[in-house]
Design a protein around this ligand. Structure first.
Ligand code: ZN
Length: 79
């Protein structure tokens, strides 16, 4: 899958992006979420719409992200 339409700084905080018959799906890495969706998963019908929500990725303070941050893996940076 060609993900060149997503800037590198966002690819760095995305766990997975793929397209299926329902459209585009994106998952943030632990510690981040889509502010526009208020969750860790985004579903859109095309790349333009997907990029709109990807631009809203922010550090997440939900329980599981805080837990992941505690257990890991360096500092969560702003995007
Ligand atoms: Zn979270």
């Amino acid at each position: 899958m060609n993900l060149n339409f997503i800037p590198k700084k966002y690819q760095a905080v995305l766990d997975e992006v793929y397209k299926d018959s329902d459209g585009w799906w994106a998952y943030t890495k632990e510690g981040y979420f889509f502010e526009a969706m208020e969750c860790h998963t985004a579903h859109e019908y095309n790349q333009v719409e997907l990029m709109k929500v990807i631009r809203t990725i922010r550090p997440c303070t939900c329980k599981s992200c805080e837990e992941a941050r505690k257990n890991n893996k360096g500092v969560v940076k702003n995007v």
